[in-house]
Design a protein around this ligand. Structure first.
Ligand code: RB5
Length: 194
């Protein structure tokens, strides 16, 4: 008889076999026992990006930067500069990030305000509107912001790309900031359970 040992597989939300993010490694330990080991393979950063018409051109410039840096992203629309409603696109990106399928999100609209308001309605999202690199770094280090929002009518593409680059490179500092972020999560839970 062959005993099959299957360790509990920690399948992160959004990971699945089709994309080859888990590899199967068979190890035959003896004639009687077959060990099957699942190895979780670290996957690269994945960004969800979106905009309305007001942020469409800025999003295009950011996508060119991400392409140059070989950063994987998916564009959740809009795909042209025809007038649309920013909540539709902000919601899509925020849900994609909250689900764990994407690590971070970037949203653009005219001001960056509308998309940040919408994204922050989705549980688990901490969206930060940043018009400068200092705020972008602090948004990661202090607030563990998982979505960056930008306004095409507020800043130019050069500054926006510096902001994106700073935000992507900065890490959450933890420590006293972790306690504060936990309080944000606790507030969110209290409101959801009302
Ligand atoms: C669209 O005109 C504009 O209102 C939108 O892009 C954004 O700035 C909303 O906050």
């Amino acid at each position: 008889m062959i005993n099959i040992w299957k360790p509990k597989i920690k399948v992160l939300e959004g990971l699945n076999f089709e994309y080859g993010e888990l590899t199967l490694d068979y190890k035959y330990m003896s004639l009687d026992y077959k060990y099957i080991k699942f190895i979780e393979v670290e996957r690269g950063l994945r960004i969800a990006i979106g905009s309305d018409h007001g942020g469409f051109h800025l999003k295009k410039a950011i996508k060119e930067y991400l392409d140059k840096e070989n950063i994987v992203y998916e564009d959740f629309g809009t795909y042209n500069s025809e007038s649309v409603d920013y909540p539709d696109y902000a919601e899509k990106v925020a849900i994609a990030v909250a689900s764990g399928e994407y690590d971070k999100g970037i949203l653009c609209c005219g001001t960056g305000i509308g998309v940040s308001i919408v994204a922050n309605k989705i549980p688990g999202i901490r969206a930060a509107l940043c018009n400068d690199t200092f705020s972008a770094r602090a948004a990661r280090e202090h607030n563990d912001a998982n979505i960056l929002t930008l306004g095409e009518r507020v800043i130019g593409p050069g500054l926006a790309i510096d902001i994106v680059s700073t935000w992507l490179k900065a890490e959450f500092s933890g420590g006293r900031h972790a306690r504060r972020v936990e309080k944000i999560t606790a507030i969110e839970k209290r409101q959801l359970n009302k």
